[in-house]
Design a binder for this molecule. Structure first.
Ligand SMILES: Nc1nc2c(c(=O)[nH]1)N[C@H]1C(S)=C(S)[C@@H](COP(=O)(O)OP(=O)(O)OC[C@H]3O[C@@H](n4cnc5c(=O)[nH]c(N)nc54)[C@H](O)[C@@H]3O)O[C@H]1N2
Ligand SMILES: Nc1nc2c(c(=O)[nH]1)N[C@H]1C(S)=C(S)[C@@H](COP(=O)(O)OP(=O)(O)OC[C@H]3O[C@@H](n4cnc5c(=O)[nH]c(N)nc54)[C@H](O)[C@@H]3O)O[C@H]1N2
Ligand SMILES: [Mo]
Length: 742
């Protein structure tokens, strides 16, 4: 299908119906006004309520991204020192020949394990994400080393898999209308979207009379828009608050014992912990107040309200779970959902943080049958079923990639990495401990980066490959699993300069490597197959042409999707996919790990860099690094419209600001042993004392003294992970000082 015959014409202006593939999980249907190979305007969805999926600020600024003057247009090779950003234009022929030479040399000299593939989700289209194609190619070359784990939600994945045996723990958003009480626990969908229709349904639920409570150290945008009550809490202590709630619920006989007896195992053990029978410390509301900073009365009120309002949706998200004890937070939330009998019930929730619903099968590129990575021989190549120990086998935890590059086999990692190929990520900026990451990037023999912009990571590349934007491709995308719709991306303009998609780059490299028939299908054939060869998709999308033309297929749900409905309604025929067939409040599989950091029942535990760490004497503030409203992580950082919306500032409470003589607008240093950055302060009561907040994603820009002038939060964070694999991005102690010249 050509670009032309997919679109309407009006005064020479075509309306191209499409979407973006950003890693924010929303999929906004867009109408691009195109004339003479130029995008003139961006408009949103023209469907009426309630179907309308209203585009947010980032998609509305798409034109500013696509036409940004800093877009990379040609392949480049490094000519200055690593990290300085000095490059020279080369041809694609030279770029691909260099890749062939370097890959071959590395393989022959150091072995395949020394080649690292670092693909990520900067672009989440089906075909042009290129991940699977690159993995297939490198596997054909003899294999490669790669990472495991999801930096976003590994704690939540681990928690849901151990507790329910499934990550499909979500309800469709329209089910909020069945809820009488909704608790947004570490969740701010007004900013992070989580499906383009999430806020719409939350607002509708509120209009229909649901009460909404937010539990967050920050008074979030969602709290401002939606909440009847804001419960501020000290970071990392949510599990203590939940244990305190459980204590009230048990003592006041507010639990659904029939539900627990029918569907769960191990509640007695959790009860023993909560009542102090296990360790002699009863987890009373007073105990929880000491830890969380939330008054005992508030905890008791929340417990009574949650247990007494049916149905209620406890929405524990991933922010608190991206921390040193992340999985405990989700496991404890799931336990409360079971104690109140809200699992599998309309208007209730299963918890677990992931919110996925099982519709269709099309999010990332499909796996290729027979893909085996020889380097991983002897170890499972995908996490798949619950192999809790896969992490120890042949892959590197995502938050340890740079540590692995620095220390290799001596550091206990599976390989000594010499060459890396990064695409769809800006990991120097986005993984923990950027200063250390920069040292690792300097150590690599050769780094290939495929990018649209000269990001902080790209500056360290030896070879830089320019990539097309979402407006320059045809592809299929899905919202994050919460949205019951499919979106099609339709090419609006020709590729910029000499840009190619990741998929094209991999295919051309295969050709140069002498691999025949690497790519047997045209773009159109691939896309059609993604729909027609997946029965789960074909069942929904009956008319492929229409889907492409309209850019969206909305799935009509006869009733809201409710996670585990079948298991609850008919437990005999629908056991939970866990070893016991029940919800595992106590998990024998976890007990078998015998790891003190992974207790078999959910527990509050103190961790490094929380308020009990003696380090607090030196670094007295807890740092939170939530996701930015005006960017997708570090993507769109360069877009002026979006910068104007929200300047990059550190939130600090007046109590902490006054003692440091800091006022809004002052430049401050934020620092710890890992690094130091400069940022403008925003003094606000929207954050609790003892906590500061720097939105992640601002570009790392160290000066000659190593002080980051860009305000990149990961200069401060740690490259560690929890017992369940959660990256510890929100467990970090810092100090703040006014800059002397401010
Ligand atoms: N401190 C802190 N750090 C965090 C987090 C946090 O909460 N706190 N959150 C973490 C989370 S959840 C995530 S998912 C990560 C994200 O980490 P990354 O994926 O490293 O971050 P992005 O900024 O999304 O980088 C994506 C890059 O891909 C590029 N890109 C876009 N489209 C394409 C394409 O089609 N091809 C190629 N080759 N490149 C493309 C963009 O220009 C951008 O530079 O950040 C993590 N980092
Ligand atoms: N605009 C925008 N949207 C995005 C993204 C983006 O970069 N920009 N990134 C997308 C991606 S890849 C992901 S993984 C998701 C992430 O989505 P989330 O993980 O939900 O997002 P965060 O902003 O990290 O955290 C959500 C909230 O948790 C709170 N929080 C942090 N620590 C604690 C704690 O200890 N206790 C409590 N109660 N609350 C806490 C924060 O203050 C914040 O308001 O967002 C996606 N959506
Ligand atoms: Mo993420």
């Amino acid at each position: 299908m050509s670009i032309e015959n997919r679109n309407d014409f009006d005064d020479g202006i075509k309306i191209v119906r499409t979407t973006a593939g950003f890693d924010c999980g929303g999929r906004c249907p867009l109408r691009l006004h195109v004339k003479d190979n130029a995008i003139l305007r961006v408009e949103g969805d023209d469907a009426q309520e309630p179907e309308q999926l209203r585009a947010c600020l980032r998609c509305r600024a798409l034109r500013q991204l696509v036409y940004h003057p800093d877009r990379l247009k040609y392949p480049l090779k490094r000519v200055g020192p690593k990290g300085e950003g000095k490059f020279e234009r080369i041809s694609w022929d030279e770029a691909l020949a260099t890749m062939v030479e370097k890959l071959t040399f590395t393989k022959e000299t150091y072995g395949n394990a020394s080649i690292f593939l670092g693909n990520h989700f900067g672009y989440t289209g089906q075909l042009h994400n290129g991940s699977i194609a690159a993995a297939r190619l490198l596997a054909m070359l003899g294999g490669f080393t790669t990472y495991y784990g999801n930096i976003s939600s590994e704690g939540s994945v681990w928690a849901s898999l151990t507790h329910y045996g499934s990550v499909m723990v979500g309800h469709s958003r329209d089910d909020f209308l069945n809820s009488k009480l909704i608790i947004l626990w570490g969740w701010d969908p007004a900013r992070m979207i989580s499906g383009t229709n999430t806020m719409f349904h939350l607002i509708k639920a509120r209009e229909a009379g649901a009460r909404i409570i937010c539990v967050d150290p920050r008074y979030t945008d969602s709290a401002a828009i939606l909440a009847d009550q804001w419960i501020p809490i000290r970071p990392g202590t949510d599990t203590a608050l939940m244990a305190g709630m459980a204590n009230v619920m048990i003592k006041e006989h507010l639990i659904d014992q029939v539900f627990l007896d029918t569907y769960t195992v191990g509640f007695e053990k959790f009860g023993d912990y909560v009542m102090g029978i296990e360790d002699g410390v009863e987890k009373t509301s007073a105990w929880a107040e000491q830890i969380t900073g939330v008054e005992a009365m508030t905890i008791e009120g929340l417990a009574r309200e949650y247990a007494g309002t049916k149905p209620a949706a406890l929405m524990d998200c991933q922010g608190p779970a991206r921390s040193a004890m992340g999985e405990q937070f989700n496991r404890c939330a799931m336990t409360l959902c079971a104690m109140t009998g809200n699992v599998g019930r309309p208007g209730g929730s299963a918890g677990g943080g992931l919110m996925g619903i099982p519709i269709g099968h099309m999010f990332f590129a499909p796996s290729v049958p027979g893909l085996k990575n020889p380097v991983e021989k002897g170890g499972p190549s995908l996490r798949g079923s619950l192999d809790l120990k896969l992490r120890l086998v042949r892959r590197i935890h995502i938050n340890k990639i740079f540590d692995a590059i620095l220390t290799g086999k001596d550091g206990g990692y599976p390989a000594d990495i010499r060459l890396a190929w990064f695409f769809g990520n800006n990991w120097l900026n986005q993984l923990g401990n950027s200063n250390k990451s920069a040292r690792a990037l300097k150590k690599l023999d050769f780094l290939i980066v495929s990018e649209l912009f000269m990001t902080p990571t790209a500056k360290f590349a030896d070879l830089l490959l320019p990539v097309t934007s979402v407006a320059e491709r045809n592809d299929l995308t899905r919202p994050w699993p919460s949205g019951p719709y499919y979106t099609a991306m339709n090419q609006a303009i020709e590729a910029f300069g000499e840009c190619k998609s990741d998929f094209e780059i991999v295919c051309e490299l295969a050709q140069k490597l002498g691999i025949e028939d690497f790519n047997p299908y045209s773009e159109e054939e691939w896309l059609r197959q993604f729909v027609e060869k997946h029965p789960e998709n074909a069942e929904h999308i009956k008319d492929y042409e229409k889907f492409r033309q309209e850019g969206i297929h909305r799935v009509n749900l006869p009733e809201p999707i409710v996670a585990f409905k079948a298991q609850i309604e008919d437990p005999e025929h629908h056991p939970f996919p866990t070893p016991s067939g029940k919800i595992e409040i106590f998990s024998q599989r976890i007990a078998d790990l015998n790891d003190p950091l992974c207790p078999p029942i959910p527990k509050y535990m103190s961790t490094r860099e929380d308020r009990n760490d003696p380090l607090i004497e030196t670094y007295p503030l807890q740092l939170l690094t939530p996701h930015p409203k005006n960017r997708v992580h570090s993507e769109m950082y360069k877009v002026d419209w979006l910068r104007e919306i929200e300047p990059h500032q550190a939130w600090i409470n007046p109590v902490d600001a006054e003692s440091r003589r800091i006022q809004t607008g002052d430049k401050v240093y934020v620092f710890n042993d890992r690094g130091r950055l400069v940022i403008t302060a925003r003094v606000t009561e929207r954050i609790i004392p003892g906590v500061i907040c720097i939105f992640e994603g601002a570009w790392y820009d160290p000066d000659d003294e190593g002080i980051d002038r860009g305000g990149c939060a990961n200069v401060l964070t740690n490259d560690a992970y929890s017992g369940g694999g959660a990256s510890v991005m929100n467990t970090c102690l810092v100090q703040v000082d006014r800059c002397p010249d401010s």
